[in-house]
Ligand binder design. Sequence first.
Ligand SMILES: [Zn+2]
Ligand SMILES: [Zn+2]
Ligand SMILES: [Zn+2]
Length: 345
Amino acid sequence: MATGTHQNQSSSIWTWTGDYLQLGVGFDSNIATHCQCVVQVPGILFHPLAPTIVPVQTDEGRNTATWSIPDAQLKEVLKSAWEELDPKSAEFLGNIGIIPFLEKTSLPYENLAGDKCLYVKDLPQNVNITKKGAEDNIDCYLCEKSLKLKDMRKHVGKHLLLALRDVEDPAPLRPGVVVKDIIDACGWCGRDGCQTHLIKKGSSISITSNCPYHYQKLSYKRALQSSQASPCTNVPIHCPICPPSLTGQPKSFWKYNALYHLASHHLTPEGLFPTVPPQLLVEIYITSKEEASVGICQSKTDEFRDFWDIPDTDGFEIIQENERNKRGRLDSTLVVQRPPKISRS
Ligand SMILES: [Zn+2]
Ligand SMILES: [Zn+2]
Ligand SMILES: [Zn+2]
């Protein structure tokens, strides 16, 4: 990324100093440097510029050349780059999650008068959310309890899982809260309406969210595994059935909302559930142990699995083993064919 450009006030031209910004967490990005790294970003983030070559003198007085770009051209490119990210769409937070991150930076650029230039003003409100720290105490939106942010996802997960299995919640819920009526509940706060996206770039995994209870330091890989200390595996996962977003990242949904996602996005024209790829089944599977840890008895777990034709632990382990050993086997799909809405007596 180029840096150190400055504006020539008389002609509104920016010239490049030949320096680069350092990208990534941990770099002191206020320091310009020589070109020293390769950054992989999706093609959608590339926008061609049409600079002209102009003569320039180095600090040592040597004559050389650099690029010069009209201010109007950069403003135009900034505008179209921003619009490409589709700021009004539900995928927007996921789209901005693919932009290379600068931890500390001298951006935005300043012109010779010291005015900040070339940045996006009027960010959507749901992007401008101040995130809380892991140890901050916050109130549960569903019950009267206060917890540290780092514990809220697990706590909310218990409310959600009990409601999914139709088991009475021992916690005194807030007046008017009916957890099973919350559609597409946010795994951070338990309410409907937050947007959370899982971003995978190579081996790195990050999560973007506009939820005020988004725990930015969540260890995703650890949260995937249910343990005694942290039984809740409700995390955002990618949907392999949805078409990918324009950034190439698959769409995300919370693990506990898997049935809701399949029912709301992927029913067949006959109103049946789609063929679920085994890898997705492995990702959305909730073990009996996890269910027991929040107070769901085995008979309730079995009842739910029977109803939805979900395999028991033995059947799940076979699928999981198959997935480990061999990916993409043509006959390894599992079909869930229950209709989404069947009233229970
Ligand atoms: Zn609560
Ligand atoms: Zn939320
Ligand atoms: Zn989907």
